[in-house]
Design a protein around this ligand. Structure first.
Ligand code: PMV
Length: 296
């Protein structure tokens, strides 16, 4: 027998600038790739499928195992190392899905098209939450700044120019359950449809003014208020949004499914905002929009 097959793949996390939840129902959203991500290495082994962390310890989360098993059969060890916090709206499950698809293709010596990566990663992410819009793994796969829209014909992904501002990210310390939050929003329709429509309009306006941190900041605040109204925010997230604005951000909102996760605060100059937040005992980190990967 020859030497065991191996494969490796990686993908980045994402932050949704605006449009989450409404994007599930065909409205546009804007998201950006972040410079943190997930790496998967896999190798052939004797026996059952094993999913382990960077140190080789077994990862027992049943949803994680199930997601890996959609793609990888028995007889492989899959090693996952991630810099993305789980359940914080930074696209950790999508980054895992894309990294896994790439590692599997690498192990088999296959070259996948961008559509192939998207389709296979979508199937994996469905195990984490039943009705993903696809925005997370579109950004995990290509990075950069994109407008994303789910259409009946498939995803519409439009690269946008990379703006010059920065996002200060504040972790609420709470974990949101994306599947439950997306299902909850679905259950509150059609009553909340006008709010989802307005989120779509906010996104279209943000795209027009993407380079203007003051205009986008104002739109982020409106988007946050709409997310509060559709029932996905928490008191802690609302407090962090208020604190970020008091500390000099031009606007802020929860990012991702909500129920916890992170708040993003927009600013042209992150240093004084970070310092003012720190003075209140709040520790943020900076994410800058980055260009797309060459081989999306
Ligand atoms: O919390 P996250 O990173 O899984 O983001 C979910 C974004 C939603 O719009 C709420 C769901 C989706 O699939 O688009």
């Amino acid at each position: 027998m020859g030497s065991p097959l191996t494969g490796r793949g990686s993908a980045g996390g994402k932050l949704i600038l605006c449009g989450e939840h409404a994007v599930v129902y065909g409205h546009p959203a804007i998201a950006l790739g972040v410079d943190r991500g997930t790496r998967v290495t896999m190798r052939e082994v004797d026996g059952a499928l094993r999913v382990v962390d960077a140190d080789g310890h077994a990862l027992d989360d049943p949803r994680l195992r199930e997601a890996v098993a959609t793609l990888i059969p028995e007889g492989w060890e899959v090693r996952v190392s991630s810099e993305l916090p789980i359940g914080r709206g930074m696209g950790s499950s999508a980054a895992l899905a894309v990294a896994l698809v790439r590692a599997e293709a690498d192990a088999r010596g296959l070259t996948l098209t961008a559509e192939g990566v998207h389709e296979r990663a979508f199937a994996v992410e469905r195990k984490f939450h039943g009705n993903p819009s696809g925005i997370d793994h579109a950004v995990a796969a290509r990075g950069g700044v994109v407008r994303y829209r789910r259409t009946l014909e498939g995803p519409e992904i439009t690269p946008l120019p990379v703006p010059d501002w920065a996002l200060v990210v504040l972790d609420s310390g709470e974990e949101g359950n994306t599947a439950a939050l997306v299902a909850g929003v679905g259950a509150r329709r059609p009553g909340i449809d006008p709010l989802l429509d307005r989120i779509g309009e906010v996104v279209t306006e943000a795209e027009k003014h993407l380079h203007d941190p003051v205009a986008v900041g104002r739109l982020l605040l409106e988007n946050h208020a709409l997310l509060v109204a559709i029932g996905v925010s928490t008191p802690r997230l609302n407090d962090l949004v208020a604190a970020a604005v008091q500390c000099g951000a031009t606007g802020a909102k929860l990012a991702g499914a909500g129920g916890g996760g992170v708040v993003i605060a927009l600013t042209a100059d992150p240093a004084p905002v970070l310092a003012a937040l720190r003075a209140r005992g709040l520790h943020g980190f900076v994410c800058r929009p980055s260009p797309a990967r060459a081989e999306a």
